[in-house]
Write a protein that binds this ligand. Structure first.
Ligand code: CP
Length: 328
């Protein structure tokens, strides 16, 4: 095994920065590791002593509801001490650099940083400069990567997709998955492309208008198909992952109007009715109701959007346990 920034010479996870290049066995191990945490929480047993004495620091330079909260819950349930740095009220507002922020909090003997930043590469930068033994988890960097979102998406698919006829368990290899919408701005799309194709998905369709489709993205992995017509792209799929239209990242005229996007690409009840009856409807959130998804299907019978949120806790526990913990 060649060491990389996120894998050591033995192939163990030291940081989690991207799903790109992670071996299938490691992805499956993280999903397996999340399962007992999810089951225990569902049975009402939420606390685990594994990370007692460890310190986890959440550094969110960009807004978040789901990721920040579930990382905090995950660390708390593993009995770590958790610090949430309020970035707007911190010395970064006085001009303190990312590096000095890292070094300052490291001096307080933090063991793990969870970082979200608008700059692609910010988590990578932290990992390059972190002291030995200090772990960095990427909670979303620019358009680049959101690896724990991809893991919780894969976990949600694994728990909900029915097995193909004749099989006892579902296999990612059997699935057709569509990712729909604002691919160009989406770190979730990139991380899902790497994770799902590594886990075995052979039919992965990216659907959206040409202005929101980065050129060459089909070369990221085998089996990617680009579609610009929504219903042709969704024909026969098992899983639909809708993406949030990232209005805050729209620096130019990517779209004529939100209404036109909804007309061409919005998932409505009428369109959902034309898909496979057991299709899974996913969205990383936050959703734009009436844009990429109609309000009445967001939490409808085929939606697993709130399960994705719930699974964020178990999956983030699994990642922290894998990096900082010893038990398995
Ligand atoms: N999915 C996701 O990253 O949501 P938040 O921005 O609320 O964390």
């Amino acid at each position: 095994m060649t060491p990389s920034l996120q894998l050591d010479a033995q192939g163990r996870l030291s940081h989690l920065l991207t799903t790109e290049g992670l071996p299938r066995g490691l992805l499956e191990r993280l999903l397996d590791r999340a399962e007992p945490y999810a089951k225990a929480a569902e049975a009402g047993f939420k606390k685990d002593p594994l990370l007692t004495g460890k310190t986890v620091v959440n550094l969110f330079f960009e807004n978040s509801t789901r990721t920040r909260t579930t990382f905090e819950l995950a660390a708390t349930r593993l009995s770590a001490d958790v610090i949430n740095l309020h970035v707007q009220a911190s010395s970064t507002a006085k001009g303190e650099t990312l590096l000095d922020t890292l070094k300052t909090i490291e001096a307080m003997q933090a063991d793990l940083f969870v970082i979200r930043h608008e700059a692609s590469g910010a988590a990578h930068f932290f990992a390059q400069h972190a002291a030995p033994g200090v772990a960095i988890l990427n909670a979303g960097d620019g358009r680049h990567a959101h690896p724990t979102q991809a893991l919780l998406d894969a976990f949600t698919i694994r728990r909900n997709a029915p097995p193909r006829e004749g099989r006892r368990h579902m296999r990612f290899d059997d699935l057709s998955v569509a990712i729909v919408g604002d691919i160009v701005h989406s770190r979730v799309a990139r991380s899902n492309i790497h994770a799902l194709t590594t886990l075995g998905v052979k039919d992965l369709r990216l659907i959206g208008p040409t202005t929101l489709m980065p050129s060459g993205i089909e070369q990221l992995a085998k089996g990617i198909r680009i579609e610009h017509d929504l219903m042709r792209g969704l024909d026969g799929v098992d899983v639909v992952i809708l993406l949030r239209l990232q209005k805050e990242r729209m620096v130019g005229a990517f779209l004529p109007s939100l209404g036109e996007f909804h007309r061409d690409y919005g998932l409505t009840a009428e369109r959902l009715a034309q898909l496979k009856p057991d299709v899974l409807l996913m969205h990383p959130g936050p959703i734009n109701r009436g844009v990429e998804i109609a309000g009445d299907v967001a939490y409808g019978a085929r939606s697993v959007i709130l399960e994705q949120v719930k699974h964020g806790v178990a999956v983030r526990m699994a990642v922290m346990a894998e990096i900082l913990g010893t038990a398995q």
